[in-house]
Design a protein around this ligand. Structure first.
Ligand code: SF4
Length: 247
């Protein structure tokens, strides 16, 4: 899939004038039951989960448990399931692939090089994501343009040729202030780490708090000099053999 179908292009054009809830309803209507939202329980993801629950939009909610998440992430995961009375699909890395990875690079071998880090992200995140997306035709994410320079190039709706899905970023134009105030006003549950300097939360060994004035994603893989630090979910890194843009 390379070109965006006309109905999706029209929806993307309408997005600036739609609330988050109406954006999600529009996605669900066009997807016809084949949309999946992937959450890592960050502030953006919690706002989307809340809006899906509030509107009843027919969109599945799935997460990837990499095996290296913070305890606080599991806590907000459980709280979210309890609050909305629905199970969030849990997807895991392939056990044999993790065993082979750790046998080769050791427990924290991802710090040895960018290639080693990409290999870990590939096994623990990118491959499970590909399995999730094989079960859907539309992929909803919590990506925002303001999160980093790399993400500013994303679009509301785009054809993801590598996964054969339509990728939708319904929060793309939201700034962090709007997100934070929405979460506060609507009483949405959030990861406790957000109150301790973590605007972006991934795996525990690869996430630190950010300092004043730093990019929102500066705490992810902070030891790498390259500013283009992504896990391969949304953007390619050929070094890991990852096929696409997928987070
Ligand atoms: Fe591995 Fe770190 Fe990537 Fe998590 S974020 S999959 S621990 S390299």
């Amino acid at each position: 899939m390379t070109a965006l179908p006309a109905a999706w292009a029209d929806l993307a054009d309408a997005f600036p004038n739609l609330s988050l809830g109406r954006r999600l309803k529009g996605i669900a209507e066009l997807a016809g039951g084949a949309a999946v939202f992937t959450t890592s329980f960050g502030l953006e993801d919690q706002a989307i989960t809340h809006a899906i629950a509030e509107t009843g939009a027919d969109i599945r909610i799935a997460t990837i448990d990499t095996g290296r998440l913070f305890g606080e992430t599991h806590d907000v995961w459980a709280e979210t399931e309890a609050r909305y009375g629905r199970r969030i699909e849990a997807w895991y890395p392939d056990t044999a692939a993790v065993e082979a990875l750790v046998a080769e690079q050791g427990a924290n071998g991802f710090r040895a090089s960018v290639e080693a880090r990409h290999a870990c992200c590939h096994v623990r995140k990118v491959a499970p994501l590909a399995r999730i997306l094989a079960t859907a035709t539309v992929w909803v994410t919590g990506l925002r343009a303001g999160q980093s320079a790399v993400r500013r190039g994303a679009r509301f709706i785009e054809a993801d040729a590598a996964h054969g899905v339509i990728k939708v970023n319904p929060l793309l134009d939201w700034d962090r202030d709007r997100l934070v105030s929405t979460v506060a006003l609507e009483g949405i549950a959030y990861n406790a780490l957000h109150d301790h300097g973590f605007p972006s939360i991934g795996c525990q060994p690869c996430t630190r708090a950010v300092r004043l004035g730093e990019d929102e994603r500066a705490g992810r893989w902070w030891w790498e000099a390259d500013a283009k630090r992504e896990c391969g979910l949304h953007f390619n890194h050929a070094a890991a053999g990852t096929a696409s843009a997928v987070a």
